[in-house]
Structures are given as structure tokens and as C-alpha cells.
Design a protein around this ligand. Structure first.
Ligand code: HEM
Length: 136
């Protein structure tokens, strides 16, 4: 549980560093009239291309895969735990809520994972936008 929590928090930190700090923050600073490098503003203008070039790097593809796996464990536990907290659980529904949670969370995580896979292998719409690979 502790290891899982550390991976979830570190992954979120990495994610905010990758995307929030290179997309949302520069946009806000730009709107406030502050100087932002042109190369950074290019990420803001071409978000899909920036995402694709990030995941074309194997290191990021692996780190995000590990993070998403940890999030799957965190959320599948969190789903039935939240239901329990809300008091709408019982002996009959416990297994059902667990199954429903597993399906819902798996679909959500697969959605995020599809972006990583598309960026890494240059597939689909993301792949078409991907540059030659601004790999690390
Ligand atoms: C492959 C999966 C993901 C991709 C491609 C992705 C992409 C992005 C991008 C592009 C931004 C910047 C948005 C902006 O400039 O406005 C962002 C921000 C953010 N993401 Fe993700 N994300 C992914 C997964 C996740 C997950 C799983 C979480 C939650 C655990 C998450 C939480 C956040 C947060 C909190 C922000 C900052 C808030 C914001 O900028 O609006 N992301 N993400």
C-alpha cells in the first residue's frame, strides 16, 4: 500500500511536470503578459503533438505505464471502499461492487493507456501528429 501510494504520488508529480508545467502554466504566464520561450509556446499550440513526442520516449512510456498500473490498483480498491463509506454495501453487494469497480476502472485506465500506446507506436490520430520523436 505504501509503495503503491508513493508510485501514485510520484507519477502525478512527473505528470504535472511533463504537461501542466509545459502547457497550462506557460499559457497562463503568457496571458499575464510574461515572456515565455517560443519553443514552449509551440507545445501549448500543438498539445497532441507534444503528448505524442513525450510518449515516443521509451522511458516516459514505461514510467506512465507503471503509474497507470499503480492507479488501477489504487482506484479498484478506492471504488468499493468509497461505496462502503457511503454505507450502500452489504454481504451480497460487496462482490458485485468489486466487479463493477473493476470493470469501470479498467475501462478508464485503458483509455489513458491507449494514449501512451498511440504516442509510443505512433498510431492513429496521435501518431499522425507525432514528430520524428523528440525523445529524451
Ligand atoms: C496518458 C494519460 C494522460 C495524458 C496524455 C494526460 C495529458 C494531460 C495534459 C496534456 C495536461 C495539460 C492540460 C492543459 O494544458 O490544460 C494534463 C494535466 C493534468 N492531468 Fe493529465 N493526462 C493523462 C493522465 C492523467 C491521469 C491518470 C491523471 C490523474 C491521476 C491526470 C491528472 C492531471 C492533472 C491534475 C492535470 C493538471 C490540471 C490541468 O492542467 O488541467 N492526468 N494532463
Amino acid at each position: 500500500m505504501l509503495v503503491l501510494g508513493i508510485i501514485v504520488v510520484l507519477g502525478l508529480g512527473l505528470h504535472l511536470f511533463n504537461f501542466w508545467a509545459n502547457m497550462q502554466l506557460p499559457e497562463v504566464l503568457h496571458k499575464l503578459g510574461m515572456h515565455v520561450e517560443e519553443a514552449v509556446m509551440a507545445n501549448v499550440a500543438n498539445g497532441s503533438g507534444y503528448i505524442a513526442s513525450t510518449f515516443s520516449c521509451p522511458v516516459y512510456a514505461v514510467l506512465y505505464t507503471v503509474w497507470l498500473a499503480a492507479l488501477w490498483f489504487h482506484l479498484t480498491h478506492g471504488f468499493w471502499s468509497a461505496i462502503q463509506t457511503l454505507g450502500i454495501n452489504n454481504n451480497v453487494w460487496f462482490c458485485r461492487w468489486k466487479a463493477i469497480g473493476n470493470v469501470v476502472v479498467t475501462l478508464i485506465i485503458l483509455g489513458f493507456f491507449a494514449v501512451v500506446v498511440a504516442g509510443y507506436f505512433g498510431l492513429g490520430a496521435i501518431g499522425k501528429i507525432a514528430c520524428a520523436g523528440a525523445c529524451c
